[in-house]
Design a protein around this ligand. Structure first.
Ligand code: ADP
Ligand code: MG
Length: 250
């Protein structure tokens, strides 16, 4: 589904991504791991259009998507979440879900409120969808809570929920488990597996929790110093000498 070929992203003289090549297979939940500073988030940012690559190529189902803007990728079904959640803190959870642009009109509810008019039917459909998403994620009880009051893990669930408001094909999740308690991490994991199995979402997941990666992801891609170091099943990755070396110091 996604092919990254010899990708470089340099910040001045620093090579954050230094010739990374990898494939993300359609229908997979691909894990991306590696020590801090390995270039994982930068790689996501380049794929998702936040940064322009210094060189290299990204294709989606064979189509060159290198350097496209986030909103252009969004319309192709490529979405990413951030390491730090990007919720609208003073809006409710349900309103946050409804802020996602609809596939049809490309407008947000914001526009509707301020007079540029989303038709009532579309708004009702959006509301219904938001409630379905909340139900799917088992957070219906939080629908009227201000998003700013959610725990870190609940915000991550909300981010996942926002990807469900549109017809996503591939979702990039950056440190979905960071600062999340075990129970909520399991809920997030279950939601990812269900979205993968029931809705055909492909995922690429950056996560440090190896238990989470081991249960969810196959294959797992390991990055270190801007390059892909290894790829394989979680079991083979954990026994790979180069991987152990990268984690335990050089
Ligand atoms: P990871 O997500 O694997 O921990 P990052 O992709 O966030 O790693 O960062 C890789 C390296 O690139 C780090 O050394 C980081 O300091 C550097 N880096 C990331 N973004 C920028 C930027 N905008 N400007 C300069 N350096 C950056
Ligand atoms: Mg990161």
């Amino acid at each position: 589904m996604i092919r990254v070929e010899n990708l470089h992203k340099h910040f001045g003289g620093f090579h954050a991504v230094d010739g990374a090549s990898l494939d993300i297979a359609k229908g997979s939940i691909t894990g991306l791991i590696g020590p801090n500073g390995a270039g994982k988030s930068t790689l996501f940012n380049v794929i998702a259009g936040v940064h322009k690559p210094t060189s290299g190529r990204v294709t989606m189902a064979g189509e060159d998507i290198t350097g496209l803007k986030p909103h252009e990728l969004f319309h192709k079904g490529l979405l990413r979440t951030f390491q730090i959640a990007h919720e609208f803190p003073t809006m409710t959870v349900r309103e946050n879900l409804m802020m996602v642009p609809s596939g049809q009109s490309g407008e947000t509810l914001w526009n509707a409120w301020f007079g540029r008019g989303r038709i009532a039917e579309e708004e009702a459909a959006l509301l219904k969808k938001a409630d379905e998403v909340l139900d799917f994620l088992t957070i219906s009880h939080l629908k009227d809570e201000r998003a700013g009051n959610l725990s870190g893990g609940q915000k991550k669930l909300l981010e996942l929920g926002r990807t469900m408001m549109v017809e996503a094909k591939i979702v990039f999740l950056d440190e979905v488990g960071a600062g999340v308690n075990r129970t909520l991490l399991n809920t997030i994991g279950d939601a990812i597996v269900r979205l993968n199995k029931e809705r055909g979402y492909t995922f690429c997941v950056i996560e440090h929790d190896m238990d989470f990666i081991g249960r969810l992801c196959d294959p797992v891609i390991v990055m270190a110093e801007g390059k892909v170091l290894a790829e394989g099943s979680p079991a083979t990755i954990m026994q790979n000498e180069a991987v152990i070396e990268a984690y335990l110091g050089r």
